[in-house]
Design a protein around this ligand. Sequence first.
Ligand code: KG4
Ligand code: ZN
Length: 361
Amino acid sequence: MPPITLGIESSCDETGIALYQMGRGLLAHALHTQVAMHNEYGGVVPELASRDHIRRIIPLLRQIMHEADVSLDQINAVAYTQGPGLGGALLVGASVANALAYALGISAIGIHHLEGHLLSPLLSDPAPKFPFVALLVSGGHTQLMRVDGVGQYTLLGETVDDAAGEAFDKSAKLLGLGYPGGPALAMLAALGRPGLYKLPRPMLHSGDLNFSFSGLKTAVLTLVRQQPCCFPHPTPLPEGEVANESLRKFQITEQARADIACAVQEAIIDVLAHKARAALAQSGLSQLVVAGGVGANRQLRDRLDSDIGKRGGKVFYPDLEFCTDNGAMIAFAGALRLAQQGSKDYRFNVKPRWGLAEISP
Ligand code: KG4
Ligand code: ZN
C-alpha cells in the first residue's frame, strides 16, 4: 500500500486538514476559515487565529478520517506547515503534528507554505511538468520562481514592498469593503467601467522581474478623495472642514467605488501579467503555474491565459478551492517529500519568516 500522508495547514486564518495517498490522490480534505471571526477587526488578529486553530484541528481530522474511511494506524506520515506565517498559529499545527506523529511512531515533515502553494497545480489534471515558472501571489508574497523539481527553486523576482494580495486588501479597505478584500474588490470591479481611471503600474518597465505595489494605496486614496461626496444624505460640512476617510468612503457613489475597484484590479493584473510573460521569455520556458490566493482572480486568469496562450505557452492553476490556503497542498507536498525528509526526531521549531529559495531539495 502506498503511504498515506496527513497534512495540517495553520499558518494564518484557515485551518486545513487533508489525507493524500500516492497513486490514489486526495482521499479527503476539510477547511475551516476564520474570515467571519476576523472580519469585525478588519484583519487577522494573530492570538484569535491561534486559539481557533486549537479548537478546529482535531474535529476536522476526525471528520476527514471518517470521510476517507482511514484509521490512525493507516497514516504513515504527518506533514505540517512549518513557515512562513504567524508564529503562534504555526506552533499550533506543528505541535499537533509532532505529538500525533510521536504517538503513532511515524514521520513528521515540516513543509514550507509557499512550496505547498506552488506544487498545488500538480494536484490538477492536466498537471504541469518540471521545469516551469511559478507566479506565487498571496496575501504575504509575490514572487516569480523557476521550478526545476521538488525543492529546486530559483527566485527570479519578488515584490520590494507590498504583496499583490495586500494591495487588493488595502485598496478594498479604502473602498469600505470587508476583509479579505481581494474577492470583494473583484466582485465590485465587475460593475466598474474599464479604463475610466488609470492607476500607476510601478516597476512595469524596470527591466527586472521585481514588483512594487505599495504606491497603489496612495493613488487609490487620492482618487477616492477626488470624488464628489454624495450620499447617504450628505450633511454639508462646515466651511474648510474635510470629511474623514471613513466618512468619505461611504459618501462616494457605488458607481465611483466600482470604477475605482476596476482600475485597481486592472493595474495589479497588468503588472503581474507583464512580469510573468517576461519571466517565461527570460527563462526560455513555456509553462506558467499560478498559485496563492490572488490566483483565484478570474480576470487575472483570463488575462494570463490570453497573453501566454498567444505566445504558445500554457498556464496551470490549482482548482479554485486549492488556490487559497488549504490542507491538501500540505499533505501533497508532504507525500512528495516523505522519502527524503521524514523525521522521527519530533523536536520542532517554526519559521515565521522563511525564504523559499532557502529550502533544500
Ligand atoms: O494564499 P492565501 O489564501 O493566503 C496567504 O498565504 O496569504 O491568499 C490570500 C490573499 C488575500 O490577500 C486575498 O485578498 C487574496 O488572496 N484573494 C484574492 C482573491 N481571492 C483571494 N485577490 C483577488 N481576487 C480574488 N478572487
Ligand atoms: Zn497561502
